[in-house]
Design a protein around this ligand. Structure first.
Ligand code: DND
Ligand code: ATP
Ligand code: GLN
Length: 674
């Protein structure tokens, strides 16, 4: 019986953190050896980090990566390990993975298919390796094979696909199958997006079925470089089934997933499918002989409760953003988070996420390990509980004006109290009045709500920024900007006012869904070990209607009155931005789909408003603090949705839409069906 004990590691790496990355790799290899693993897969580019951006062009990045690789080789006695790193071959840069076994480098496989869509830009730095091409590189006067190679461990053959390689039509796997490969390793850097884990599971299970092999998939973990979150998905499949998968969203440096692959049984499946043997291609023979296991895989594949509890999007959002915040705090060496807390949905969501981060972190690795990972923060040395941590790490401030209500103050204060955050309450009315009077004296007239509505709104939002920045500076905190995705789409914010901040944790999520999530977090919460982590202090905000509270209370300002219903805005954003439909196409779509919900006239006005605001506010999107990628189609102008800052404002398209709308209105009035 050829039963091989294998492992996949999810690593929390940081671009260009050579020592930190090396230590994580070595720790995970040592752990794998303790567990008698014989073949181990680590994630893509795990030595340098995946998100090195233009630092990949620096020859030093590849040079130091090789240096680190040579250090790691010493730790591979009696184990084979796949390690990702950038390499130079003939003055070109490749995204490669090295197979090391028994303290020897066997060779390098290079990625053949590079993702260059959405948030990926790999074509900018790397070359695509040509299938079946083989070359050599020299390291310290030794030559090693590089390219489309496979590895032979006394009869057990191992091949590789590197991340995107497995997602495309012309993937290497069929060619590996033709060469009789028993196991395919896939070092990956696959960023988090809602529900994407399902695609990965399917991909890995299907590959193992179609190619009759064991398939070992390792992904990165955590917020690697600022915007991208990796969920730490590691998967092992055999015989067409997933036989092991990692706990996702861990707060640890790494997680190790293990499984026993039955090589003989997979071979029987391979033997049933005809193929064209590829002869004469490069196979690197290793001197490592695997010690096969005596015991087959008996533990069934188990998922964590939250994965199957029926609230996967809510859970994924909570866990992905909390882990991203934690890593951002740690990796930016900041001492905590400061939030201007209005008691409304957005700032409450940001505050709740900070509180939840501590609770989930505590559940994941325990409070002492959590403190250890934040050991750069002297203030938390003596903290013993989540609340004591929250007091130091989360600072909130309510900044009321004469337009603020008792309800929002209560909501802010109660939420802060319920998670243990520090809460301050200041009044900024005097500051607003001073600014207004200063300008009035110069322009020689009073500013009024009738004539100067936006200006009077914006000054309130702007006056809140310096004070909250001051608190952030005092405490060496990150200032959280609270803009959500719906506001980002239409620029519904005051630049340098409520956009002030260093990170925007909710800029990737729409307001409509965010509000349902807040209710879920108050009433249901994250499922961990047979209990639920809720934030009950959200009950006050969940009873409120979103409002900017910038106009006098008698005007009863609500966001949705200013803009349009958030659910409708979200629908338009998907149609207009993701699906690139024209104003006319969007309107025709919504007038058909939403005719029971909204008045046609309103829908026309909202569609026009959406396109005008969307096209006018690209400059604002360019200036939001970095946010996190949460799905496959977001509005991040730096790495995702590109749009010209100066543009025609859809004037022509909106004129055509007007003709269509008015034409149809007249036909409707005359009783002609359409
Ligand atoms: N293409 C371009 N490139 C660069 N800059 C451009 C520009 N077009 C305009 N601008 C500049 O933009 C300025 C206007 O932008 P800005 O000052 O931000 O203000 P603006 O976008 O005119 O108004 C802010 C909007 O956000 C709403 N708001 C504000 C605050 C909070 C909330 C809330 O939900 O709580 C909502 C408020 O009700 C209002 O509708 C102009 O003075 C001009 O200088
Ligand atoms: N009274 C206030 N005290 C402190 N911060 C405030 C206050 N009013 C507004 N802000 C800041 O300005 C941001 C933008 O306001 P906005 O109204 O868009 O968000 P919100 O109040 O959190 O949520 P909602 O829009 O659902 O009411 C807030 O998230 C908050 O950071
Ligand atoms: N690093 C990669 O090649 C990632 C690409 C792949 N399609 C993914 O999202 O997982």
């Amino acid at each position: 019986m050829k039963l091989l004990k294998t492992g996949a590691v999810a690593l929390n790496q940081t671009p260009l953190d050579w020592i930190g990355n090396k230590n994580n790799i070595i720790k995970s290899i040592e752990k794998a050896k303790e567990t008698d693993i014989q073949l181990l897969c680590l994630p893509e580019l795990c030595i340098s980090g995946y998100g090195c951006e233009d630092a990949f062009y620096s020859p030093d990045t590849a040079r130091i990566s090789l240096e680190i690789l040579l250090d790691i080789v010493d730790y591979t006695q009696n184990i084979a390990v796949c390690i990702g790193l950038p390499i130079w071959v003939n003055n070109k840069i490749y995204n490669a993975a090295c197979l090391v076994a028994n303290r020897q480098i066997l060779g390098f496989v290079c990625k053949q298919n590079l993702p260059n869509y959405g948030l990926f830009y790999e074509d900018r730095w790397f070359q695509r390796w040509k299938p079946e091409h083989i070359d050599e590189i020299s390291i310290n006067d030794f030559k090693y094979p590089v390219g489309d190679i496979i590895f032979d461990f006394k009869g057990v053959k191992v091949g590789m696909e590197i991340c995107e390689d497995a997602w495309v039509n012309n993937r290497p796997a069929p060619r590996l199958f033709d060469r009789g490969v028993d196991i395919i390793l896939n070092p990956s850097a696959s960023p988090f997006a809602f529900h994407k884990y399902k695609i990965r599971e399917q991909l890995v299970a299907d590959a193992s079925r179609a190619f009759g092999c064991g398939y070992i998939y390792a992904n990165l973990l955590g917020n690697e470089s600022g915007r991208l979150i990796f969920d730490g998905d590691a998967l092992i499949a055999s015989g067409g089934d997933i036989i092991a998968s990692s706990d996702r969203f861990s707060y640890a440096d790494y997680t190790l997933t293990t499984a026993i692959i039955d090589i003989d049984t997979n071979r029987i499946e391979q033997s049933k499918t005809k193929s064209t043997p590829l002869i004469g291609k490069k196979t690197v023979v290793s001197n490592l002989e695997f010690d096969f296991s005596e015991t087959p895989q008996i533990e069934p594949f188990k998922q964590e409760a939250f994965e199957i509890g029926g609230y996967i999007k809510e859970e994924e959002f909570a866990r992905a953003v909390c882990l991203a915040l934690f890593d951002y705090l740690r990796k930016s060496r900041s001492y905590g988070f400061t939030i201007s807390l209005s008691g409304g949905a957005d700032s409450c969501a940001c505050t709740a996420l900070c509180g939840l981060m501590l609770k989930l972190g505590d559940e994941s690795i325990g409070i002492e390990n959590l403190k250890e990972r934040l050991s750069h923060i002297p203030e938390i040395k003596d903290a013993k509980t989540e609340e004591e941590l929250a007091k130091k790490l989360i600072l909130t401030v309510y900044q009321g004006t004469e337009n603020s209500s008792k309800n929002t103050l209560e909501s802010a204060e109660e939420l802060a109290k319920s998670i243990g955050a520090t809460f301050y309450n200041v009044n900024i009315n005097g500051l607003v009045e001073n600014y207004t009077a200063m300008i009035e004296s110069q322009i020689g007239r009073d500013l009024t709500w009738q004539t100067d509505d936006i200006t009077l709104q914006n000054i309130q939002a702007r006056v809140r920024a310096p004070g909250v920045w001051m608190l952030a500076n005092l405490n060496n905190h990150l200032l959280i900007a609270t803009s959500n995705r719906s506001e980002v789409a239409v620029g519904y914010c005051t630049m340098d006012g409520d956009t002030a901040g260093s990170i925007s944790p909710i800029a990737g999520i729409d307001k409509s869904w965010l509000r349902t999530w807040l209710i879920w977090l108050e009433k249901t919460g994250c499922e961990v070990k047979q209990k639920h982590i809720k934030i009950e202090g959200l009950k006050y905000v969940n009873a409120l209607q979103p409002t900017a509270e910038l106009r006098p209370a008698e005007n009863k300002q609500t966001d949705e009155k200013d803009l349009m219903p958030y659910a409708f805005l979200n629908r338009l954003e998907i149609l207009a931005v993701r699906e690139k439909k024209s104003p006319m196409e969007c309107f025709k779509y919504v007038e058909h789909i939403c005719k029971e919900e909204y008045d046609r006239n309103d829908m026309y006005n909202w569609t026009v408003r959406f396109f005008k605001l969307w096209s006018r506010n690209q400059w604002k999107r360019e200036r939001y603090a970095p946010g996190f990628h949460l799905d496959q189609h977001n509005l991040d102008s730096r790495s995702w949705t590109r749009f010209p800052i100066l543009n025609g404002g859809y004037t022509y398209e909106l004129e055509k839409l007007k003709e269509y709308f008015e034409g149809n209105q007249q036909r409707k009035r005359r009783g002609i069906g359409f």
